[in-house]
Design a protein around this ligand. Structure first.
Ligand SMILES: NC(=O)C1=CN([C@@H]2O[C@H](COP(=O)(O)OP(=O)(O)OC[C@H]3O[C@@H](n4cnc5c(N)ncnc54)[C@H](O)[C@@H]3O)[C@@H](O)[C@H]2O)C=CC1
Ligand SMILES: O=C([O-])CC(=O)C(=O)O
Length: 314
């Protein structure tokens, strides 16, 4: 038996897709197929070739190709969906729902046709609802369809806490749950700096300000960029999830996972702590929550349900 390299498709070769492809390559996680629409095919091939030409410099043994032909995703182990429009200043993620639902349905049908055994991570917004659309359209089992939000939201929270304390980001551990919107729930009781609970070393009003900044973290970048949304930290986040699955790391990471009663929610996707390994979402971890945290998570879940309701008409 010969060993072969993993094959990963990144659908959507825009800011997040191209950055994700480069970061996947830099970790040598597999050969990469970057896919976009036919009118973007030349540019997609150009980006792939440019990345490939970085491989000798960085000593990376990967193939990177660009295409608009879904035949080329045949045999992919993992597909990352970044296709769709991004918001601009003044927009919410929900403003993207009608356009992106159509795109995700189209892309998901093709994934089901050409890469029927793959695992799929969705990035496109509004991501909790788009992950649900992908799950319904592919018909894949729930462990093989997940979405990215919590790794990024947690990373933003960790960044702000490390800045506040002037300590290494490596020493901040944290968890952010819920939908990827302004109602997300940073869990203070499960967050610490070098093992010290955050509420013991950060004054309550400063901690509240950090929580608020985290909730609006995506919007802060949208306002600063002016033309689109974040892509470096989102790409790093989805690559961490991809690595956990492809290397069967069994990492405890937040994922947007399908819920069947966990935390009291059914038939929806929501950001929760999970174990990510070779079987995708191997387990949803149910943390005990305080009454305030559960109420906040309920608010966030209701907001995701409202977005799912918008899908009925599109
Ligand atoms: N979940 C998260 O944490 C994050 C989600 N996002 C979301 O990711 C999505 C992509 O963002 P960017 O890469 O910045 O946008 P972008 O506009 O730079 O790239 C999107 C790409 O998707 C392509 N595309 C559109 N329809 C397609 C189809 N049917 N098949 C293949 N490709 C298609 C477009 O041609 C474009 O190249 C947005 O919806 C954005 O809101 C962005 C950052 C974080
Ligand atoms: O804010 C946006 O539209 C993009 C995104 O999801 C994020 O950066 O968290």
């Amino acid at each position: 038996m010969a060993f072969t390299r993993r094959k990963i498709a990144v659908i959507g070769a825009g800011f997040t897709g191209a950055t994700t492809a480069l970061m996947l390559a830099q970790k040598e996680l597999g050969d990469i197929v970057l896919v976009d629409i036919p009118s973007m095919e030349k540019a997609t091939k150009g980006k792939a070739l440019d990345m490939l030409q970085a491989s000798p410099v960085q000593a990376l043994n990967v193939r990177i190709t660009g295409t608009s032909d879904y035949e080329e995703i045949r045999g992919c182990d993992l597909v990352i969906i970044t296709a769709g429009i991004a918001r601009k200043p003044g927009m919410t993620r929900d403003d993207l729902v009608a356009t992106n639902a159509g795109i995700i349905r189209d892309v998901s049908e093709k994934i089901a046709r050409y890469a029927a055994d793959s695992y799929v991570i969705v990035l496109s917004n509004p991501v909790d609802a788009m992950t649900y659309v992908c799950y319904q359209t592919t018909g894949f089992p729930k462990n093989r369809v997940l979405g990215q939000s919590g790794v990024l939201d947690t990373a933003r929270f960790q960044t702000f806490v490390a800045q506040e304390l002037n300590v290494s980001v490596e020493d901040i551990s944290a968890f952010v749950l819920g939908g990827h919107g302004d109602e997300m729930v940073p869990l203070i009781q499960y967050s610490s700096a070098g093992g010290i609970p955050l509420d013991k070393i950060i004054p309550a009003d400063r901690l509240e300000a950090i929580v608020e900044r985290t909730r609006k973290g995506g919007g802060e970048i949208v306002e600063l960029l002016g033309t689109g949304s974040a892509y470096y930290a989102p790409a790093a986040s989805v690559v961490q999830m991809a690595e956990a699955i492809l290397k069967d790391k069994k990492r405890i990471l937040p994922s947007i996972a399908y819920l069947e009663g966990e935390y009291g929610y059914r038939d929806m996707y929501l950001g929760v702590p999970t174990i990510l390994g070779g079987n995708g979402v191997e387990c949803v971890i149910e943390l005990p929550l305080s009454a305030t945290e559960k109420a906040a998570l309920d608010r966030s879940a209701r907001s995701v349900k409202r977005t799912l309701g918008m899908l009925a008409g599109v």
